[in-house]
Structures are given as C-alpha cells and as structure tokens.
Design a protein. Structure first.
Length: 149
C-alpha cells in the first residue's frame, strides 16, 4: 500500500494505476479536506479542553491556597482579640486595686476618712451579696415555673 502525497490517504497499489473519474477525485478531495477539518477541529477542541482544564486546576489550587491562608489567619485574629481584651481587663483591675491600696495607706485608719472608706467597702460587699442572692432566687423561680405549668 502507498500513501497519496496530496491527500495523505493510504491507497492499495492496484488502485494507484487505474484511471479515476474527475467526480471521484473531487469526492476524494472533499473527503480528505473534511478529514483534515475534523482533525483540526479535534485538535482545537483538545487544546481548548486542556486550556479549560488548566484554568479550572489553577482556580482549584488558588481556592485551596486561600482556604489555607484563611485557616491560619482566623486563629491569629481571635488570639489577638483575646490578648487585647486580657490586657484591657488586667489594667482596669490593676488600676482599681492599686488605687484602693494607695488610698488605704495614705489615709489613717483611725480618722473619719478611714472609717468612711471602711464603712463604704463593707456596704458595697453587703450590696453585692444581696444582688447575688436575688439573682439566684430569680433563676431558681424561672426553672421551677415551667415544671409547674
């Protein structure tokens, strides 16, 4: 068998020497052109498909990278918020306690100012304990009411 140089079609040796009608030659040429067009179309679709596949793979890897970055970023933000809150509460507590201790040392305990500070502290403790008892009683009533209904 021999390959035709113009169309690239493999032809048996016996057909090569025969006279071919012009219409048959046109049909063969059209088929060869059609086959070349199909091959080109398949090649283009394959290239487009591989490009599309490459784009989707790139998008997928980019999305994975973004998820990993976000996973690292979110705990860092939460940790920073906790640190800021801790420091704020620490300094408020420090300032209140330090200020009270300085006042206690500066004011003599046997003076009327010392007695007023001590009486105010005792009254504040009592008021705080009463508030705790009220809150506990209210919570107890709210848990008992649904059971009675």
């Amino acid at each position: 068998m021999a390959r035709n140089k113009t169309s690239g079609i493999v032809e048996p040796e016996s057909i090569k020497d025969e006279i071919v009608q012009p219409e048959v030659m046109e049909t063969a040429a059209e088929q060869a052109t059609s086959a070349e067009t199909v091959c080109e179309t398949v090649a283009e679709e394959s290239a487009a498909s591989s490009t599309t596949s490459l784009v989707f793979e790139s998008m997928k890897s980019g999305a994975n990278a973004a998820q990993e970055a976000a996973a690292k970023f979110v705990p860092t933000v939460g940790e920073n918020i906790r640190k800021v809150a801790y420091k704020g509460i620490y300094y408020v507590s420090f300032g209140a306690t330090f200020g009270a201790l300085v006042m206690a040392k500066l004011v003599p305990a046997d003076s009327f100012v010392g007695h007023a500070l001590i009486d105010g502290a005792v009254a504040a403790k009592d008021a705080f304990r009463k508030q705790l008892k009220k809150a506990a009683a209210a919570e107890m009533e709210s848990t008992l009411e649904p059971a009675a209904a």
